[in-house]
Design a protein around this ligand. Structure first.
Ligand SMILES: Nc1ncnc2c1ncn2[C@@H]1O[C@H](COP(=O)(O)OP(=O)(O)O)[C@@H](O)[C@H]1O
Ligand SMILES: [Mg+2]
Length: 235
């Protein structure tokens, strides 16, 4: 049995919007396992981002517990959550949030300067296939390349966990594939426990586990014993 990195139990999340209560998560149990690549699928509004944000300590549940490496995350304590995020979690979002006045190398160096055992910016950018773009500014890079810089920035501190929320959402299909291939390579080569939210069901084929959410519930969380390298998939 693989080791659980995250064990989420009976997670609920209710947002109060004026008079209206939105139940984003309605009792979610989910394990993410060491070294696995998990894909989260589900319609828009099904609670995927809410769940990922709670696992990554960006948001807190209304009820329920999250264990990280066997220890309950104290979601009441901001300082604990901040330390947890900084030390263990890399995030990738749909939008790249690069600093326009800094080069690719400098954008990544912002993180490596404050991390404990970082890759060098050059190593991180090499891993995402941008070894030849070190001194380009974001405006001189394509959308897919900018996203790969954002991935390099997320993994440069060698986080235990990489959480990606629709990393290909702003990209055309073929560029999106390149980005997913990069995420898959990070998972394989660095062993980073990875979860990716996407609308693209075919990426399930390159995952170890496919989790389907519907209206705040987990519908299924099936292992995929036939994981295939992204490069082998016909998209
Ligand atoms: N900060 C928020 N405030 C109020 N409602 C929210 C907030 N974030 C998400 N929601 C609501 O919670 C539900 C789940 O949202 P989300 O987790 O973003 O879904 P998904 O990522 O699957 O599209 C949606 O109905 C959404 O409108
Ligand atoms: Mg979302």
């Amino acid at each position: 049995m693989p080791t659980a990195v995250f064990e989420a139990r009976q997670i609920t999340k209710t947002y109060q919007m004026g008079e209206v209560e939105v139940q984003a998560l309605r009792g979610v149990d989910l394990d993410l396992f060491e070294g696995e690549l998990t894909v989260l699928l589900g319609l828009s509004g099904s609670g995927k981002s809410t769940l990922l944000n709670i696992l990554g300590g960006l948001d807190v549940p209304t009820s329920g517990t999250v264990r990280y490496c066997g220890e309950v995350l104290d979601t009441d304590d901001d300082a604990t959550l901040t330390r947890f995020r900084r030390e263990h979690v890399g995030f990738v979002f749909q939008f790249y949030n690069l600093i326009p006045s800094l080069t690719a190398r400098e954008n990544v160096a912002l993180i490596t300067d404050i991390a404990e055992k970082p890759l060098t910016p050059e190593e991180a950018l090499q891993l995402v296939g941008l070894g030849q773009r070190l001194d380009h500014f974001p405006a001189q890079l394509s959308g897919g390349e900018q996203q790969r810089v954002a991935i390099a920035r997320a993994i440069a501190k060698q986080p235990h966990v990489l959480l990606c929320d629709e990393p290909t959402g702003a990209l055309d299909a073929s560029t999106g594939i390149v980005v997913l291939e990069v995420i898959e390579r990070i998972n394989r080569e660095l062993g980073t426990t990875t979860a990716v939210i996407t609308h693209n069901a075919i990426i399930g084929q390159m995952a170890d586990r496919i989790v389907r959410l519907s209206e705040g519930h987990i519908q299924s969380a099936a292992a995929n014993p036939q994981r295939r390298p992204a490069a082998e998939l016909s998209w």
